[in-house]
Design a protein around this ligand. Structure first.
Ligand SMILES: [Ca+2]
Ligand SMILES: [Ca+2]
Length: 441
């Protein structure tokens, strides 16, 4: 990349306002085979595009990338949008190129814009007339806005800038499960491909939970569970449904696209009640918040390392996590628990610790071992590992009776905090040892 720190994420933004007509054909609500008249109508309403350079910003000490000369047009007779741009960088770095779309003059970039092909994503070469094709019909069919604004952003590091309080977990394969201690639920070890995503650095805290819950319950939601020890401690005693609804509320409060719906057409946002939403009711490509899948959680917890028992290595102590220390527990030997203090954590006693009390893992995530269990999306199945569906962006089995929890709680011995340890709980039951954190694209 040419940037020593590896975290250079300098960017230059260029926005393209007002290409009227881009969604005109979506008014027609014709999903397939646009008629000739529709094509004519579309062409008639297309206007000459103008480009406005809105602003430049840079946080890198090395040469930042420059995006310029953005040109956008909807391809006549289709719902495809051609995006051309130039990108330069004096260091010669390959670029991570991202595209976002706004329907409110750039106030938010919340239009779904993920069906992109061409010179987009990681490893894009520098040059002029770089070309992206946006399949707007796939992302936003049947919709229309009078003015759409597109943004093309270049990053010369390998990771995009994360939203506040979140860390980026890079795309790529990782080794899931382990066979270190004979735990058959964590076998077979298998290689899983996961797309890149952002994850909350911390367990959701009391403050964050309450701020979203209050907004939610004033805006059509019914989120009722939740307890806490005190300020800056994580929320617990939340049932799975409320955690999922809370993610939707956080999305809607921030102008993002919610991920969870109560119908397979993905039109009714999950806001109340206890609905066992299915994998097909999740808008996985949306930019809103959601629970991590089990695979996303384990990839994040491992922090880029392979085959370790804990996020940082193969042993654990009270210097590293809030858990119940013991050399053995209920007949299970734990030679890897090497803490000099035994029993409950000497500082935090019988309860949660404030988030961020222990060192983060290599991805910048805290409490991936210890403090609280963490809800994930997946139904539990002890036969899902090793199936073809488990290998690429897995979302777990189609149905079940309990949802996966990961990452060990304060009153449990160290084996619960192992990266590969899998437990599960009925989704409707809040427990005092179970919290969560969210992820987003
Ligand atoms: Ca550069
Ligand atoms: Ca945890």
């Amino acid at each position: 990349m040419g940037i020593a720190s590896g975290c250079a994420s300098s960017s230059i933004l260029q926005d393209l306002p007002g290409f009227h007509g881009i969604f005109q054909e979506f008014l027609l609500k014709v999903p397939f085979c646009l008629s000739g008249s529709a094509v004519f109508c579309l062409n008639a309403r297309m206007k000459t595009l103008s480009v406005l350079l809105l602003g430049l910003w840079s946080v890198a000490s090395a040469a930042p990338p420059v995006v310029s000369n953005i040109r956008v047009s909807q391809r006549p007779g289709t719902k495809l949008v051609d995006i051309y741009y130039d990108v330069a960088d004096a260091d010669g770095d390959l670029q991570l190129i991202q595209v976002a779309a706004s329907s409110d003059a750039g106030l938010t970039y919340a239009l779904p814009c993920t069906s992109l092909t061409g010179a987009v994503g990681a490893g894009v070469a520098l040059g002029t007339n770089r070309h992206i094709v946006w399949d707007a019909g796939a992302d936003w069919n049947g919709n229309w806005v009078p003015q759409c604004r597109l943004r093309v952003t270049a990053h010369d590091g390998t990771t995009p800038p994360a939203p506040p309080g979140m860390a980026y977990i890079p795309a790529g394969p990782f080794q899931m499960g382990d066979n270190l201690d004979g735990d058959t639920t964590a076998m077979p070890v298998h290689i899983v491909q996961v797309d890149g995503f952002f994850m909350d650095k911390y367990l959701v805290t009391m403050e964050l939970w309450q701020s979203i819950q209050t907004w939610a319950n004033n805006n059509g939601y019914a989120i009722n569970t939740g307890a806490w020890r005190t300020t800056n401690h994580p929320v617990y005693s939340i049932n799975w449904y409320d955690a999922v609804k809370w993610c939707n509320a956080r999305s809607q409060k921030e102008g993002l696209v919610p991920c969870y719906y109560t119908d397979t057409a993905q039109t009714v946002v999950f806001q109340s009640g206890e609905v066992n939403i299915e994998n097909s009711m999740v808008k996985w490509s949306a930019n809103g918040y959601r629970l991590p899948t089990e695979a996303e959680w384990e990839k994040a917890a491992r922090g880029g390392a392979t085959g370790l028992r804990f996020p940082w290595g193969d042993t654990i102590s009270h210097d590293q996590a809030n858990y119940l220390s013991s050399p053995n527990f209920a007949g299970v030997a734990q030679p890897y628990d090497v803490s000099s203090t035994r029993g409950p954590h000497p500082t935090w006693g019988n309860g949660t610790s404030p988030v961020g009390s222990f060192p983060s893992n290599a991805y910048g995530l805290y409490d991936m071992a210890g403090n609280l269990w963490e809800w994930t999306w997946d139904w539990y199945s002890n036969s899902f590992y090793g199936t073809p569906a488990s290998l690429s962006n897995p979302a777990g089995p189609a149905s079940g009776s309990a949802r996966i929890q990961r990452g060990g709680p304060w009153p449990d011995p160290s084996f619960s905090s192992k990266v590969a340890s899998r437990y599960y709980f009925a989704p409707g039951v809040p427990t005092p040892y179970l919290g969560f954190r969210s992820v987003r694209r």
